[in-house]
Ligand binder design. Structure first.
Ligand SMILES: [Zn+2]
Length: 256
């Protein structure tokens, strides 16, 4: 009888086992080969992996994080910009304005006074623009102050048609400028303030709407061309000094 532990018998047992499970073993072999092939095919070489890791972006992706906007707080108060004054010679470059019987025009009167004001301010080292009535520079004009100089009609109404008047921009607070010029102009010219003839032409003055918001602006009717004629022409330096010193008063106040 044969002993189950003899080598021949063990070999026979294994062969018998393989014979019975040949399909399963074949399947396992094919599956293993397939997995090894897939692994080999899709694995990048070590060199490729190192190259990606060394590249600037590395293996990381950018992270986007929503950060809510916060108000910027200035540590130091903003220093005021350099001073610049705009002076409009009323009607200049446009029309003559009011005209007297003897031919004296408002634009002449305004221009003489405006030029004197500009000279006075420049003599003090200030930057000043002498502007026409509809000067192109008025669009978005940015300045410390804008003063438009006009004069009232040359028609004789009555003995009260004398004096000056001022209207301030309704868009930018121009009260300080208005108050300074009103007070100083009266002191220098000794003219009365003629408030009751302020017209929409003054309060709705075109330049108020054209200039940059934040530029204080006024329009002054420096006097009546009939009764105040001598002051406005022969003594033009007086209204000019009144306007100049009024602007300087405003600058002193706004520097504080
Ligand atoms: Zn005018």
């Amino acid at each position: 009888m044969r002993n189950a532990t003899t080598p021949t018998s063990a070999w026979h047992t294994w062969l018998h086992f393989f014979g019975r499970h040949i399909l399963i073993l074949l399947f396992l072999t094919v599956a293993l080969a397939g997995m090894i092939a897939v692994h080999w095919y899709f694995s990048p070489s070590i060199g490729d992996v190192q190259a990606v890791a060394r590249s600037t972006q590395g293996l990381s992706a950018p992270i986007f994080k929503e950060i809510p906007a916060r108000p910027v707080q200035q540590r130091l108060a903003q220093s005021p910009g350099p001073i610049r004054i705009g002076i409009i010679a009323g009607h200049a470059g446009f029309d003559s304005g009011a005209v007297c019987e003897d031919g004296l025009t408002e634009v002449e009167v305004n221009t003489v006074i405006a030029r004197l004001v500009v000279e006075n301010l420049r003599a003090r080292g200030l930057a000043v623009d002498l502007l026409d009535e509809f000067d192109e520079r008025l669009r978005g004009y940015n300045a410390t102050a804008l003063v438009s100089i006009h004069a009232d009609s040359c028609v004789y109404y009555n003995e009260f048609a004398t004096g000056y008047k001022i209207a301030a921009s309704p868009f930018t607070d121009s009260t300080a400028l208005e108050n300074c010029v009103e007070r100083v102009y009266r002191q220098v010219t000794e003219l009365p303030y003629h408030a009751n003839t302020i017209t929409p032409h003054m309060t709705d003055y075109h330049a108020f709407r054209t200039i940059a918001p934040g530029t204080p602006a006024i329009i002054i009717e420096a006097g009546f061309m009939y009764l105040d004629r001598e002051l406005l022409t022969v003594q033009a330096d007086r209204p000019a000094r009144g306007i100049t010193n009024g602007i300087l008063c405003f600058l002193e106040q706004s520097q504080q």
